[in-house]
Design a binder for this molecule. Structure first.
Ligand code: NAI
Length: 462
């Protein structure tokens, strides 16, 4: 048995960041992780491996679509799926080993195994019980199940199975037009599969800015995606390795089906808290399976905290990281805080889609007066040079004060561009502040400045 100031349960982005920051703040800390490697879903079977596949297939797309236009002639590269898989695994291994190194460097003890909490102040890992003044639960989430759909991770897969299908399918049906569905759909579309997305709502990416959704669906359709919107999947049957996806149209109840070699179920994720012993401890839960916490991330049991996907809020690695940092600060007697109004969201397709803050739809619902400044990448020289002039930057500001309330980008490097707006929002900046800031030419970021200009007297290149 060992004693710690803090034991963090879960070694994903929320948990490992929390553990490292606790150590930086002088606390004696351990992190419990049952996987063979640190990094949780994000590094092992989520954000990182999917970005590796998105990267390799993006290059393939560039070869097919744009190389000749640039005078790059010659034989087309062919896909070696097992080599691509090995590259993906190398990327994962490099990152998970990196976290192990950081644990050693910061003197964070890795307690290997699955943890449970027999009583407040104690964490059991295997046969050992360790003592902790405070416990932080950061056990993440798992793919939500869908009635009538049995996942075998071979033909019918979640995001985990979709990263390592035995072979590239000729046809893929994606259930759910959310982030996972559109990212992994893009990977297989670029690898030559026929990709059909079946979505319950009558638009893709529910909750996203309306203009962005319209433009994005148009671009994806041009790339060859097929969409069946307003359709509820009723079930999936698998016979001899082929799947049939049955669905019912919401508007008229008509039933139809699609056959596919593989089916990706990406209809959301649910908190993972199984085996922790929370019920016996009396930890209060919310109706959707999340752990209830107060403003300081403390659960209903003193000394037990929770962060990340297992508490309410966006299920995003960086939101969990920020909560991990904040709770470490709180446990060290400081003032941890997360600004939930400025958490960006990014979809790593081509083009990328990024957003932060309010959408127009949200502001209309609140009855708040706003102005919009929009700039198309068509007016950005750099975007045109790299064949990525589809899309726009849209900045939403308060009508009276010009304070930036939100930003929505669809276009090249959107996932990076969004962060200058995030920083501006953290400082309570106006669009004019952004517009008066010199931006290097020629960069994609000029489109952000132009959108800021469009909130005032007007963009120059539009
Ligand atoms: P999601 O919540 O983003 O999208 C799920 C979609 O499935 C919704 O559009 C929903 O309307 C639809 N749906 C639900 N039931 C359905 C049915 N029976 N038939 C047809 N459609 C149905 O969930 P997703 O894509 O699985 O992602 C899970 C979580 O992981 C999200 O919170 C996401 O933000 C996060 N994530 C974030 C990434 C990023 O930041 N780039 C990458 C991957 C995941």
């Amino acid at each position: 048995m060992a004693s710690f100031d803090v034991i963090v349960i879960g070694g994903g982005p929320g948990g490992y960041v929390c553990a490292i920051h606790c150590a930086q703040l002088g606390l004696k800390v351990a992190c419990v992780e049952g996987r063979e490697t640190l990094g949780g879903t994000c590094l092992n079977v989520g954000c990182i491996p999917s970005k590796a596949l998105l990267n390799s297939t993006h290059h393939l797309h560039e070869v097919h679509e744009n190389f000749e236009k640039m005078g790059l002639m010659g034989a087309n590269p062919t896909v070696d799926w097992s080599k691509m898989q090995a590259y993906k695994q190398d990327v994962v291994d490099g990152n998970t080993k990196g976290i192990e190194f950081l644990f050693k460097k910061n003197k964070v003890t890795w307690l290997k195994g699955w943890g449970s909490i027999p009583e407040a102040g104690k964490v059991k890992v295997g046969d050992e019980v360790h003592e902790a003044k405070n416990i932080v639960i950061s056990t993440g989430s798992v793919a939500a199940s869908l009635p009538g759909v049995e996942v075998d991770e071979k033909v019918v897969v979640t995001s985990t199975g979709a990263l390592s299908l035995d072979k590239i399918p000729d046809s893929l049906v994606v259930i759910g037009a959310g982030v996972i569905g559109l990212e992994m759909g893009s990977v297989y579309k670029r690898l030559g599969a026929k990709v059909t997305v079946v979505e319950f709502q009558d638009k893709i990416l529910p909750g996203t800015d309306g203009d962005t959704v319209k433009a994005f669906q148009k671009i994806l359709t041009k790339q060859g995606f097929e969409f069946v919107l307003g359709a509820a999947v009723q079930g999936v049957d698998v016979t001899d390795g082929k799947a049939t996806v049955r669905y019912k149209m919401n508007k008229d109840g008509k039933e139809a089906s699609i056959e596919a070699d593989a089916v990706l179920v990406s209809t959301g994720r649910q908190p993972f808290t199984e085996g922790l012993g929370l019920e016996a401890l009396g930890v209060e839960m919310l109706p959707r399976g999340q752990i209830k916490t107060d403003d300081h991330f403390q659960t209903s049991v003193k000394g037990i905290y929770a962060i990340g996907d297992c508490i309410p809020g966006a299920m995003l690695a960086h939101k969990a990281e920020d909560e991990g940092m904040a709770v470490a600060e709180i446990l060290a007697g400081k003032h941890g805080h997360v600004n939930y109004g400025v958490i960006p969201g990014v979809i790593y397709t081509t083009p990328e889609v990024a957003a932060v803050g309010y959408t127009e739809e949200m502001l209309k619902e609140e009855g708040r007066a706003y102005k919009v400044g929009k700039f198309p990448f068509m007016g950005n020289a750099r975007a045109k040079a790299v064949f990525q002039a589809d899309g726009f930057v849209k900045i939403i500001v308060d009508k009276e004060t010009d304070r930036i309330l939100g930003c929505h980008i669809i276009g090249p490097a959107a996932g990076d561009l969004i962060h200058e707006v995030c920083v501006a929002m953290e400082f309570g900046a106006s669009a004019q502040d952004l517009a008066l800031t010199c931006h290097a030419h020629p960069t994609f970021s000029e489109a952000v400045r132009e959108a800021a200009l469009a909130c005032g007297d007007g963009a120059i290149h539009a």
